[in-house]
Design a protein around this ligand. Structure first.
Ligand code: GLU
Length: 489
């Protein structure tokens, strides 16, 4: 049977790392097994729905190349669309179905109308907490007959509908990641499935939709594991075959606390805006709780899809280590085809200079030190300045005397002046020429190369002097050396 998996986010916020991981695992699983990957929007918590949430979720997935083949999607103009035979895929549009399912459960005596007011429930909870028992709905309305309930509804009393869960015994099931799982019914509240607003809760809507959409595997965060018994109860009540469940490990901060918005759980859109490449982010997120091999960290999206194995996902929480994302991102930037790198790097710099060869040389020179794309601007800034500020850098090596610096820079200026333009662009050629000069004069490397490097960069730290010469080219290098000499006058 062709597997069908769904990512079912609630648009109560933007797409975060954890959501991206669930969606990615869904997509990898579907691709690995030739199945369908569906995007369903669970928007029944209307009060908490944020504006632009659906658009953000779809666009972030699109930007990362995690593309469902069915369900809700965003078109090139940013409009939300739905595609597929099992729609609607936006949960609030399925309200009538949810309502009918709830009534059916009531008819079967597996759910009931509950008229307890929020105030009464709060009081009960308080009493239970005081006497040291886990707060739990005590079930006053469980035994109301259908007629009694109908009468109270007719009188206009407010109600919710609750599942009539077993009050004793255990429920056991298999989770693909966690193995055999067991829960006590006695610890479970009679779950509300229809709220007083008439809207279904997540538990009813998600379960019924999963069934109606032919979902075969449910991959979701570990926080939903304790709710699974209630969902299985619904499947059993209707005589439906439940899907298989896989609860993904929690995401943790470095101090092992749960990843929170305050600590490191940022939206995917924000991460991409900081200059991380989507490929690096996908690689990073894929490894939060799973690694296909022991000896590698870098995988393309296609490789991940070929290797994905849900049963090998870890149970233990996965640490979100952004240093690793930096490392991966730097690696992806280094590995980009040169043209792609240049296209992306060009978007980061602001300069009037339109000598494309010069610009490209500068961008390529700093590439090895770029962690995130905006670093390009910082690392290349000095190249594009009209004048460098030599007050900010020591042009001399250690305590080198001024006339000694001038002596070196003058000789270097003559050397560059005499060199062919094409040779200045070659690191090895200039290195050879300058080393020869140093030897012939019995100078030191430090006292010659430092002034040259500082004159060209105006900074204490920069790429080496030969690389800088090769990036500037003859004319531009001469301007800098002259400027430095003038500064020393
Ligand atoms: N709407 C739920 C959420 O956003 C989905 C949980 C599930 O996948 O069942 O967490």
């Amino acid at each position: 049977m062709k597997p069908r998996v769904r990512f079912a986010p609630s648009p109560t916020g933007f797409l975060h790392i954890g959501g991206l991981r669930s969606a990615l695992y869904d997509e990898l699983f579907a691709r690995r097994h030739g199945g369908d990957f569906i995007l369903r929007i669970e928007d029944t918590d209307v009060a908490r729905t944020v504006q632009g949430g659906i658009e953000n979720i779809c666009q972030s997935l699109k930007d990362c190349g995690v593309i469902p083949n069915e369900g809700v999607w965003i078109d090139a103009k940013g409009k939300i669309i739905e595609r597929g035979d099992y729609g609607p895929y936006i949960q609030t549009k399925r309200q009538a179905k949810h309502r009918a399912y709830a009534e059916e459960l009531v008819k079967k005596n597996l759910a009931y109308y509950c008229f307890c007011s929020p105030e009464r429930l709060a009081k009960l909870r308080e009493e239970q907490t005081k006497s040291g028992v886990a707060p739990r709905y005590a079930g006053q309305c469980r035994e109301l007959s259908h007629e009694q309930a109908a009468e109270r509804v007719a009188k206009g009393e407010k109600y919710v509908i609750r599942l009539k869960l077993p009050s004793t015994g255990k429920i056991k099931f298999q989770d693909i990641i966690r193995g055999a799982v067991e829960f006590d019914w006695s610890a479970m509240d009679d779950q509300v499935i229809i709220k007083s607003s008439g809207l279904p809760t997540y538990h009813l809507a998600s379960t019924c939709d999963d069934h109606d959409m032919g979902i075969t595997h449910v991959l979701r965060g570990e926080e939903w594991l304790p709710s699974t018994p209630k969902h299985l109860f619904i499947y059993q009540a209707f005589g439906w075959k439940p899907p298989e469940f896989a609860h993904l490990p929690l995401l943790l901060n470095a101090d092992h606390s749960k990843l929170s918005k305050r600590q490191g759980d940022v939206s995917v859109a924000e991460i991409l805006a900081k200059g991380y490449l989507p490929e690096a982010l996908v690689n990073f997120v894929a490894l939060l709780g799973w690694n296909p091999t022991a000896d590698r960290e870098i995988y393309t999206h296609d490789e991940l899809a070929k290797m994905f194995d849900l049963a090998k996902v870890n149970k233990a929480g996965a640490m979100v280590n952004y240093e690793k994302l930096d490392w991966l991102n730097a690696g992806y930037i280094k590995a980009l085809p040169e043209d792609d790198y240049l296209t992306q790097a060009q978007t980061q710099i602001k300069t009037e200079i339109n000598d494309a060869n010069f610009l490209d040389r500068c961008l390529l020179l700093v590439r090895d030190r770029v962690v995130k794309l905006p670093d390009v601007a910082v690392l290349t800034e000095f190249f594009f300045k009209d004048k460098l500020d030599y007050d900010k850098v020591s042009l001399g090596w250690k305590k080198q005397a001024k006339d000694e610096i001038v002596l070196r820079l003058k000789a270097l200026k003559d050397l560059v002046q005499d060199a062919k333009e094409a040779d200045v662009l070659k690191v090895e050629v200039m290195e050879k020429k300058i080393k020869k000069l140093i030897e012939s004069q019995s100078w030191g490397n430090g006292d010659t190369l430092w002034p040259l490097r500082a004159a060209l960069s105006g900074a204490e730290k920069s790429p080496g002097p030969f690389e800088l010469l090769a990036a500037y080219g003859k004319e531009r290098a001469l301007v800098r050396i002259n400027d430095a000499l003038n500064h020393l006058k």
